[in-house]
Design a protein around this ligand. Structure first.
Ligand code: URA
Length: 239
């Protein structure tokens, strides 16, 4: 791994602003391989060096991956002049990490949203080639029929001529269904269901790949993804 500056090492862990971190280093609170280093510009190899802050060992991570249970009513954006965004829900430490949402959920959609600072990861997950399945729970007006299930499976053509890939539709109760898609077109699930005469009343994303929304999070809750979670995202293929 290339050498990086000591203040960058700490900043990548979201431990403070660059200014705060420089100060903390100068005070000798950070040790590298047992020795207090007081120069923020000092370089180290994150994989080989053992770094402690106030005696507690740090574990370097170049990139960060989180899942959030996005509440309805919040924009999937990094900033907005008037409306609350998912980044406004983060605590200051996470906000400093430069996280951004992977893809978009509509303002009124809730559920599984990934946040990262890894552009390649986001690109890979969002690429139509990835074919990663996303599972949504939808409450709809009316009841989708067996013909609708079949039409989803064959691949819908929306009212504006947009062709959708084969998708899953499963009825789970009166006015309730599960939809599985492998792409992320604009308002896709809502438009698919509306095109069959069963408009969406509420939409919630439950799963991406084999990664399920952590039911313990609650609206606005967030947690880091584990290695196993990352593997589940790509069905064990990539990462
Ligand atoms: N499809 C939609 O229509 N909306 C979302 O937020 C996600 C998928």
């Amino acid at each position: 791994m290339p050498l990086i500056r000591l203040d960058k090492y700490l900043a990548d862990l979201g431990l403070g602003s660059r200014k705060e971190l420089k100060e903390l280093i100068r005070r000798g609170r950070v040790t590298v391989d047992g020795t207090a280093l007081r120069r923020p510009e000092q370089k180290l190899d994150p994989e080989k060096s053992s770094v402690c802050l106030d005696g507690a060992a740090l574990h370097y991570q170049k990139h960060h991956y989180y899942m959030m249970d996005k509440p309805a009513g919040v924009l999937t954006a990094t900033e907005d002049a008037r409306q609350k965004t998912v980044l406004d829900l983060l605590d200051p430490r996470l906000r400093r990490m430069g996280l951004f949402p992977v893809g978009r959920l509509d303002k009124d959609t809730s559920g599984l949203l990934l946040l990262t600072d890894d552009g390649d990861f986001a690109h890979r997950l969002l690429s139509p080639k990835s074919g990663v399945e996303k599972l949504y729970y939808a409450r709809v007006e009316g009841n989708p029929s067996a013909e609708d299930v079949d039409a989803f499976r064959r691949g819908l053509v929306l009212r504006d001529g947009t062709a959708c890939r084969s998708a899953g539709l499963e009825l789970i109760g009166p006015g309730e269904c599960l939809v599985t898609v492998t792409e992320g077109k604009y308002h896709q699930v809502k438009r698919m269901l509306a095109s069959r005469g069963t408009p969406v009343l509420a939409l919630r994303r439950l799963k991406i790949g084999r990664l399920e929304l952590d039911g313990a999070l609650g609206p606005g809750g967030i947690r880091a993804l584990t290695e196993e979670d990352l593997c589940r995202l790509f069905n064990g293929n990539i990462m």
